[in-house]
Every structure is written in structure tokens, then in C-alpha cells.
Design a protein around this ligand. Structure first.
Ligand code: PMP
Length: 297
């Protein structure tokens, strides 16, 4: 992720990653009380480096902090400018950008009053790879929305994601699928879910999921391409009957599923609406034109 030349942005200054220091008594380190974002920059068709949906990501960053009472004293335009500067200083064009707000020393369980801010970046290929995913239904649920602000991209929440990912890997799968506390399909450890059935695309409604920015982009793409999109509560039985399924997220982008618990889907990925959406997504982040004619009949 970094080497001796890497520059990051830490509390208002551009600093060498190897020289930045944090306190071991921080509340975030001990209690997972921190908020992060995951953003991607692309070298667009014109050759210009652009951060995809930077404003949306920083708006969510602010909201994530506010939801868990971490004061947000930052100006998002300045943070976006700092992201571009980090890319430039590290000579990066296509990169994953990681903003993190964390809290200074405090061993109590009181809400934070002061914060630190880090922005770093590294070159990262497709997070879940390019191959279709063999997914397992996790024995872990997504956290109870009555026990946590699950719409906050809070660091501590990701222990749940690590548990589900690890379980899937131990059982020989590439990725996990988690249900919500009511037993409906929720999302992956780091991605939102969509499936295709009878010419329509379905996705779990908001409430028990992280409202992904890629999810919003996929919904936008469905609108642009005239693909009917339905947000609803989805059962595992419905998902097993899907023609094709995909995950999406900033790090993973759009990635199709091979199977759920070893059972495949009726449509080949190459013939699915998901494949079209995957191409349209790639075109959008690269600011390339995308032709609607590419949709299979
Ligand atoms: N769900 C979870 C649990 C995630 O961690 C992520 C990644 N941030 C997503 C969905 C996808 O969100 P986004 O498209 O904003 O990256």
C-alpha cells in the first residue's frame, strides 16, 4: 500500500507515509470508532484523471461521521482538492483513495470532540478480481440496525465483513452473501447486490444495507438504458431463482456471480443485463460514450 516515497494527507499537511505518527491511546484504535470512505480515480477518455463521484463520497463521509457523533469539521471541496493533490504527489492516475476520520486519545465511551483526518491512496485492481464469483450464504447476518447506525461507513462495522469473508474463504468460496436481521437478502461484506429476472433488475431496498454509491450509479444506468429496476425486500429463494446476479461497489466495480452455494444461474453472464451494466459502468467512470444498442434482446 505504501513505500518510503508515499505521500499522504494528514491533518492538513502532505506528509510522508513513513513519517506520519498516530497515538496508541486513540479511541478509534481501541473501539473501532472511526469512519472511512473508498473512492476511485480513473484516467478518463480525455486523458484527464477524475475522481468518480467525489462529492457523493464526501457527502456520505460527512453523514457517516454525523450518524455516530463524530464531529465533522472539514470542507469537502478542500478534501476533494487534497485527494487530487495526493494523486499528483504520488504520480498516480488510476487509484483507490481512502479518507479516514479517527479520534484522538480517549479511553472513555463518550462521543468524540476532536478528530484526525487522513487521506491516502494506492493502486488497486478490481477488489474481487475479474472472475465470476462463487458465493456462499453466510452464517453471519448484517448488523442489526437497532444496534448500530448501519448506514454509517464506520470502521468497527467491518469486523462483521471480515468474519463473513473469512468464513466464505475457509469454506472454499470467493465471497459471502449476508442476510439482514429479518432474513432478507442484504449485501456482501463490501458490495451491494443486484439480480436479473424476466428482463428486470432487482436490488434490496435501503434500510438494512450500506447505501452504495455504485448501487446508485447502477440504478442511474438502468434509468438511462431503459432497464426496469425494482427495489424491494428479496428472499434467498427468489435470489436462487434469478437468471443472473452481480455485486457492485467502488472497489469491486461490477462483478458477476458464478453461483450461490454451488448452484449456478440460468443465464450465461455474457448474455445478462448485468454484463451490459458492467460495460456501461466502465464507460461512465472513464467518461466514454456507451451505446444502448449493446443491450441483448
Ligand atoms: N456495502 C458494503 C457493506 C460496503 O462496504 C460497500 C463498499 N463501500 C458497499 C456496499 C458498496 O458501496 P460503494 O458503492 O459506495 O463503494
Amino acid at each position: 500500500y505504501y513505500n518510503e516515497n508515499t505521500i499522504l494527507y494528514f491533518d492538513g499537511a502532505f506528509t510522508k507515509a513513513t513519517e506520519a505518527k498516530i497515538d496508541l491511546y486513540g479511541q478509534s484504535l481501541h473501539y473501532g470508532y472511526a469512519v472511512f470512505e473508498g473512492i476511485r480515480a480513473y484516467k478518463t477518455e480525455s486523458g484527464e484523471v477524475k475522481i468518480f463521484k467525489a462529492k457523493e463520497h464526501f457527502d456520505r463521509f460527512k453523514r457517516s461521521c454525523e450518524l455516530i457523533h463524530i464531529p465533522y469539521k472539514y470542507n469537502n471541496d478542500e478534501l476533494i482538492a487534497a485527494c487530487y493533490k495526493v494523486l499528483e504527489l504520488n504520480n498516480m492516475q488510476e487509484a483507490y483513495i481512502r479518507p479516514l476520520v479517527f479520534c484522538p486519545p480517549n479511553m472513555t465511551l463518550k462521543a468524540a470532540t476532536e478528530t484526525h483526518l487522513l487521506i491516502c491512496a494506492w493502486e488497486w485492481g478490481a477488489y474481487l478480481g475479474e472472475k465470476l464469483l462463487r458465493v456462499m450464504l453466510s452464517s453471519y447476518q448484517r448488523p442489526n440496525p437497532k444496534a448500530f447506525k448501519i448506514e454509517s461507513k464506520a470502521a468497527g462495522l467491518y469486523v462483521n465483513s471480515i468474519l463473513a469473508s473469512q468464513e466464505a474463504k475457509e469454506k472454499g468460496y470467493e465471497e459471502a452473501l449476508l442476510l439482514d436481521i429479518d432474513g432478507f437478502v442484504a449485501e456482501g461484506p463490501g458490495a451491494n447486490l443486484f439480480y436479473e429476472k424476466d428482463g428486470k433488475i432487482y436490488t434490496p431496498s435501503k434500510g438494512n444495507i450500506l447505501p452504495g454509491i455504485t448501487r446508485a450509479t447502477v440504478i442511474e444506468i438502468c434509468g438511462e438504458l431503459g432497464i426496469p429496476l425494482i427495489e424491494k425486500q428479496i428472499t434467498v429463494e427468489e435470489l436462487r431463482q434469478a437468471e443472473a446476479v452481480f455485486y457492485c461497489g467502488t472497489a469491486a466495480e461490477v462483478i458477476g456471480w458464478d453461483s450461490l452455494d454451488g448452484q449456478g444461474f440460468s443465464k450465461p453472464w455474457a448474455a445478462s443485463l448485468g454484463k451490459v451494466i458492467q460495460q456501461a459502468y466502465k464507460a461512465k467512470v472513464l467518461e466514454k460514450e456507451f451505446k444502448r444498442e449493446a443491450i441483448p434482446a
